[in-house]
Design a binder for this molecule. Structure first.
Ligand code: AFP
Length: 341
């Protein structure tokens, strides 16, 4: 192998190059989306760097942060990073963040046509033990940026233009869909660039893994309980599925996307709407799943058909390999039929 040549791989597909290529296919594009995305990428790099330092900072303190001042919590810091990055892009008019109770309407002088819904640091209860965490985002277009209302933010997920997540783990991986497939990019820390490492991700049609918090089993509804029972004790001669559950949606969904299987956060008696939030967890992940050839279902309907009524609304969710989600849909259909019979 020619190592000298390998050290100068300036022909690598960076995320910027990839998005510019996509933009050049649309002659009407003015580059606004590319600019917005470059600001999101910058936010991800900032958070990746803060997450990497977090363990050390907590144990020994870092230079400049030792004057008795309490360290800012990482999720609060990540929110500030993304709000600033998005507003300064000049391409957003309204932002919905998991960290902020109210939507942020951008100053009219800085407004652009996009709405971004995001969870700046999902899975933050995993920070202190070094488990993977991530940022999730979904992007919509707003018709009239100067007269945008909260109602316009409450669109069904199928109207999304793009969605993605960035996982801060053993490596930093950004997975993105702009509506024509799903691509994964890994941060090369020596270059500070995300490089295309997982082109055109397709989820296996059927998987061997199920992923759920089984501690909630006593409160599940019948279709969820039946599905998990089938995973463990299949009656069709197939092997039982393996259980994998990290408790950090980005990491659980990332594994599901690459290896196949199903991730579920169902409704239960204590939480009839499940736990996960529609605008910045359920919708972006459902968009990515569908773009990768999988499915996403709420227990009642296709997840992307849901029309939220509140910005922090929750919904049950079952997403992953096409055939596995099909089985879950059949169990819910059976229940509806027997209930109405
Ligand atoms: P935290 O941000 O509080 O850690 O919650 C993470 C999360 O929203 C999502 O990333 C996980 O899939 C889910 O909650 C895990 O919830 P349980 O702890 O109830 O299993």
């Amino acid at each position: 192998m020619d190592h000298a040549a390998d050290a100068h791989r300036t022909d690598l597909m960076t995320i910027t190059r990839h998005v510019l290529n996509e933009q050049s296919r649309n002659p009407e594009s003015r580059g606004d989306f590319t600019i917005l995305l470059s600001h999101i990428v910058l936010g991800c790099k900032f958070v990746a760097s803060a997450v990497n330092k977090a363990g050390l900072a907590k144990l020994i303190g870092l230079a400049g942060e030792t004057n008795g001042e309490e360290q800012k919590k990482l999720d609060v810091l990540s929110n500030e990073v993304f709000v600033k990055a998005l507003v300064s892009s000049g391409r957003t008019c309204v932002l919905v963040s998991e960290e902020d109770e109210e939507a942020t309407f951008v100053d009219p002088a800085l407004r652009g046509k996009y709405c971004v819904c995001f969870d700046p640091l999902d899975g933050s209860s995993n920070i202190d033990c070094g488990v993977s965490i991530g940022t999730i985002f979904g992007i919509y277009m707003i018709k009239d940026k100067d007269n945008v209302t909260l109602e316009e933010v409450l669109q069904p997920g199928k109207n999304m233009l793009a969605a993605g997540y960035c996982m801060y783990g053993s490596s930093c991986t950004l997975v993105l869909s702009t509506g024509s497939g799903v691509n994964g990019f890994t941060l090369d820390p020596s270059l500070g660039e995300f490089i295309l490492t997982h082109p055109d991700i397709k989820i296996p049609k059927k998987g061997k893994i199920y992923s759920v918090n089984e501690g909630n089993a006593k409160n599940w509804d019948a279709p969820t309980a039946k599905f998990v029972e089938k995973c463990k004790y299949p009656k069709d001669g197939s092997s039982p599925k393996s259980l994998r559950y990290i408790g950090s949606m980005v990491a659980d969904v990332h594994r599901t996307l690459l290896y196949g299987g199903v991730f579920l956060y169902p409704a239960d008696k204590k939480s009839p709407n499940g736990k996960l939030r529609v605008l910045y967890e359920v919708f972006p992940m459902s968009f990515l799943m569908e773009q990768a050839g999988g499915q996403s279902f709420t227990g009642k309907e296709r997840a992307l058909d849901l029309v939220p009524t509140k910005i922090h609304e929750r919904s049950p969710i079952f997403l992953g390999s096409y055939d596995d989600v099909e089985e879950i849909k059949a169990l819910y259909a059976e229940q509806t039929k027997s209930g109405s019979a």
